[in-house]
Design a protein around this ligand. Structure first.
Ligand code: ADP
Ligand code: MG
Length: 236
């Protein structure tokens, strides 16, 4: 058996809400292989975003191990974690999270700029991605001049710019009309076909059911882990 790309072992996260502790992730165990396409569904508040933020190294568990590509990220200092994040993980959000005063090209190039990569190489890489994503005419537009579907493509370009192994998407179609939403999912699926490991959190059952592996969350636990076409497994 090959080693999983992502391994979560007994991950716990608790928030203090007033004087009450709220267990948001409850002993999560999960293995994800390189190249998988996974959807995460479940009611609002069940911990989907928190789980994705853990895997994306945007948040830290209270306890448990999170190993990404053989790196025990739970044991790292923040600076090293940021480096693992930059080199391995792309993240896209429901509300795009682009910087309004930067052009589409500058937004997409930001992770490369922060990594100190030369402007010529940045421009080349962004041009290549924009053309792959069908937004090559939008390099110099500001976010306010773009449609929702175009904004999400710029965000996808930014997520892909460092050629990560893992792409995480939290409700990526939540702010889009149905047509642009499906287009964005098509783009994500084509990136997965090219080899990226894809995790998509979605409210949309139809979208979620397109994934090869479908997880359901309830109350901070993975309640179902099923493979498309093979029916349901109760998660342990
Ligand atoms: P989902 O994405 O499934 O809707 P979340 O992971 O965003 O759920 O949130 C899970 C639970 O954790 C919710 O009850 C939410 O209110 C709570 N929560 C999330 N972030 C915080 C925080 N920073 N402080 C306190 N509670 C939080
Ligand atoms: Mg959420």
């Amino acid at each position: 058996m090959t080693k999983p790309l992502i391994n979560l072992n007994e991950i716990n996260k608790c928030y203090q809400v007033g004087d009450q502790p709220l267990q948001v992730l409850n002993n999560i165990k999960l293995n994800i292989d390189s190249g998988e396409y996974i959807s995460i569904m479940g009611p609002s508040g069940s911990g989907k975003s928190t789980l994705l933020n853990m895997i994306g190294l945007l948040d830290r568990p209270d306890s448990g191990q999170l190993i990404i590509d053989d790196i025990p990220t739970h044991a790292l200092e923040e600076e090293q974690r940021a480096k693992v994040r930059r080199n391995n993980i792309g993240f896209i959000f429901q509300n795009f999270q682009l910087i309004p005063r930067l052009t589409a090209e500058e937004n997409a190039a930001l992770p490369m700029m922060l990594a100190g990569i030369d402007i010529k190489i940045r421009k080349q890489r962004v041009a290549e991605l924009f053309s792959q994503l069908g937004i090559e005419q939008r390099l110099h537009h500001l976010p306010k001049q773009l449609s929702g579907g175009q904004l999400q493509r710029v965000a996808i370009a930014r997520a892909m710019v460092m050629s990560p192994k893992i792409l995480l998407a939290d409700e990526p179609t939540g702010n889009l009309d149905q047509r642009s939403g499906w287009d964005v999912i098509d783009v994500l699926e084509s990136l997965n076909t090219e080899g990226i490991t894809l995790l998509v959190v979605t409210h949309d059952l139809q979208l979620g059911q397109r994934a090869a592996r479908q997880l359901a969350m309830v109350d901070g636990k993975i309640s179902e882990d099923c493979t498309k076409g093979e029916g349901h497994d109760q998660a342990s």
